[in-house]
Design a binder for this molecule. Structure first.
Ligand code: WT7
Length: 639
């Protein structure tokens, strides 16, 4: 690490909230169980391994040695058996996947339905010559055929490579090349705000743009659109199923350390990097955290609002809930269509027990107003989750009060594409919650923060968050440092660990700002601003003004209510002074109706940085709302 100095550490008004007793009484994990689990690394993870069905039982939980070591190294299993077959005895007729389509369509797959379709599609894939170890790229929106294709690949031991449906042809081509994938499953298209998006055309363009050979393409026909015709070599999904109707495919037993899938990290900065997750360790970690953190049970209806194209959807929409035999809801629409109460309506109508979403969504709900959740019966909810960035205290409180009715614990879960599954979170029936802090490392997980030289930083000093013991969901080829007791995976996140072990994520190292000679986490500053009444979201960038000290600009999106900008600015200044210090008050404020976001919902801070620094900015094609760039530029000019 270079001369990145420590991150400022700031006192917080450390409000803690105990889990509601009604929840604690029924929680999947008790304090005594958690304490026992934490004692005994790595063997504690046997409990996670035990949650799965193995074709060949493992004798060893963790074997150190080569590289990062291996989990359940002598065990063999199949992920589709764990997510489908093994539930047939007890819940053949229970819903496995409930799908709500963009045009209001509804489709329910029982575990038995899922069994048939996964087998038939697996037989179809086999008939195309796809076998164990072949990488199959899946390029589809939130339609049931996507998780079915994932499970069919898993059944025949073919690692899947899901590419987010909103990616361009070029991005798809790059990911297929990098993963040496010759097979593609896509759809003809889908609807976005009423318009048909021709997914198949993007897939064809990807095929044309690369020398890489794509042998077979399977197309799910989703649009009733005659203009999209399958090519001679394309295979219709439904046709393939019909050809293999009633067939069963023996599940291929895979070594626990064989890859289950590949996934590319978001790629908003730098190059897309492929991460390969394992069949045994990953699935065990996904199942255990779904049980212990999300508190899932087979009887639950569970809604994870993430897209399957990202790791959250893989782990907590597909593999985690299905491995436990839960009903997982797959929602294709947008949260504000037809009305801004859509999410609450879906929760009410489906009696959702557990809801898992992202802070950016929660802040949007806040902005739309409490009347939307208030007009629905949300009493089916038992637990709420958050992932993706820090959940700032005001968003936390809103979620707690207006969605959870002060009856549901909130788990603010920290993890990454690279970690595969949750590493930091309160256990919902055990730990007190601290709004703004993700919580302690889960039992069986060890973390620390390291300073600029790589040495451990003192407890409450900021530093890079590092995981100091291997965890079951760690991927193949993870880049780590050291060996034995010095082994660690150092993340790009800057965090602070309090005396009680609670971790507060302050920002990404690549997203910190220099203020004078201080280095500050953008996330902490942004949350101090976002906590101000009238503010929806905030983005901080640093501006280098010749030889002068670095200054920071705040881009602030405001509530729908019209607010006097000067008053808002004063309130923000107050809040930043109070929670961080006067030195951190931004030099300039740019008020805007929206911040520039990628299609995956990530803030495009780099773009704001470029606009603020020299007005020159690169490609905006990754933006969901490119029109906002011009508005921001003119707001800056007016300053
Ligand atoms: C980065 C990982 C893991 C699924 C979603 C994103 C940030 C994630 C939290 C949280 C603060 C969080 C971190 C992390 N992050 N969850 N609860 N509190 N920050 O996966 O694209 O791999 O991003 O998201 O910066 O490193 P990803």
């Amino acid at each position: 690490m270079d001369d990145e100095s420590g991150v400022e550490s700031h006192p917080r008004n450390g409000r803690t909230v105990d889990p509601p007793p009604a929840f604690t009484d029924q929680a999947n994990v008790t304090a005594a169980e958690a304490a026992a689990f934490a004692e005994d690394w790595p063997d504690c993870w046997d409990e996670a391994g035990e949650m799965l069905d193995w074709a060949d039982a493992y004798g060893t939980v963790f074997e150190s040695g080569d590289g990062n070591g291996r989990w359940f190294p002598d065990g063999r299993l199949n992920a589709s058996v764990n997510c489908v077959d093994r539930h047939l005895d007890e819940r053949k007729t229970q819903a496995a996947i409930k799908w709500i389509g963009k045009r209001g369509e509804r489709r329910t797959y029982t575990y038995l339905d899922l069994y048939h379709e996964v087998n038939e599609f697996a037989a179809g894939l086999r008939s195309l010559g796809i076998g164990e170890g072949d990488v199959v790229t899946l390029y589809m929106p939130a339609i049931p055929e996507l998780p079915i294709a994932m499970l069919a690949c898993a059944r025949i031991g073919a690692p899947h490579n899901v590419v987010f449906a909103g990616f361009s042809a070029a991005a798809l081509a790059e990911r297929m090349e990098r993963s040496e994938s010759e097979f593609l499953v896509t759809c003809d298209g889908y609807y976005r705000r009423g318009n048909a998006i021709h997914q198949k055309n993007k897939a064809d363009n990807a095929r044309i743009s690369t020398d890489h050979e794509v042998t077979d393409v399977v197309v799910v026909e989703r649009l009733d659109d005659e203009s999209v015709r399958l090519g001679e070599d394309d295979h219709a999904y439904d046709g393939l199923l019909a050809d293999h109707r009633g067939e069963e495919v023996d599940p291929v037993s895979r070594a626990a350390t064989d890859p289950l899938f590949l996934i590319y990290t978001s790629g908003t900065t730098g190059e897309p990097t492929g991460v390969r997750h394992t069949t045994g360790g990953y699935l065990a970690h996904a199942a255990w955290t779904s049980h212990a953190v999300l508190d899932l049970e087979p009887a639950d209806t569970y809604w994870c609002s993430a897209d399957i194209g990202w790791i959250t959807g893989h782990t907590y929409l597909v593999y985690g809930p299905l491995s436990l035999g839960t009903t997982t809801l797959l929602y294709e629409g947008t949260p504000d269509h037809p009305e801004k109460d859509r999410v609450w309506e879906v929760i009410e109508r489906n009696a959702v027990d557990v809801f898992y979403t992202a802070p950016t969504a929660i802040r949007a709900f806040m902005k739309w107003g409490t009347e939307h959740p208030d007009s629905h019966d949300l009493s089916s909810l038992r637990l709420l989750g958050s992932v993706g960035e820090p959940l700032n205290p005001s968003a936390w409180s809103w979620y707690y009060e207006h969605v959870g009715g002060e009856d549901c614990p909130i788990v603010d879960t920290w993890w990454q594409t690279e970690t595969g599954a949750i590493l930091l979170s309160t256990l919902p029936g055990v730990d007190a919650m601290k709004p703004g802090s993700a919580g302690p490392a889960l039992p069986g997980i060890d973390v620390t923060v390291v300073g600029p030289t790589g040495a451990p930083a003192t407890a409450t000093e900021g530093g890079r968050l590092a995981v100091t013991k291997p965890w079951p969901g760690m991927p193949l080829d993870l880049e780590t440092d050291g060996e034995g007791d010095d082994w660690r995976y150092v993340t790009e996140d800057v965090a602070r660990i309090d005396e009680d072990g609670y971790v507060t994520v302050l920002g990404r190292l690549d997203d910190t700002v220099a203020v004078g000679n201080h280095r500050l986490g953008t996330m902490e500053l942004e949350s101090a601003i976002a906590d101000v009444e009238g503010v929806a979201e905030a983005a901080i960038v640093d501006v280098r003004d010749g030889e002068a000290e670095n200054t920071i600009y705040a881009f602030v999106s405001t509530d729908e209510r019209h607010e006097c900008e000067q008053r808002l600015r004063d309130r923000i200044t107050d809040s930043v002074e109070r929670t961080i210090g006067p030195f951190a008050v931004p030099e300039a404020f740019v008020f805007t109706p929206e911040l520039p976001k990628t299609r995956s919902g990530k803030l495009m801070r780099r773009l704001l940085k470029d606009i603020a620094n020299d007005g020159e900015f690169g490609d905006t094609s990754a933006l969901r709302n490119p029109e906002i760039v011009g508005e921001i530029e003119s707001a800056l000019e007016r300053m």
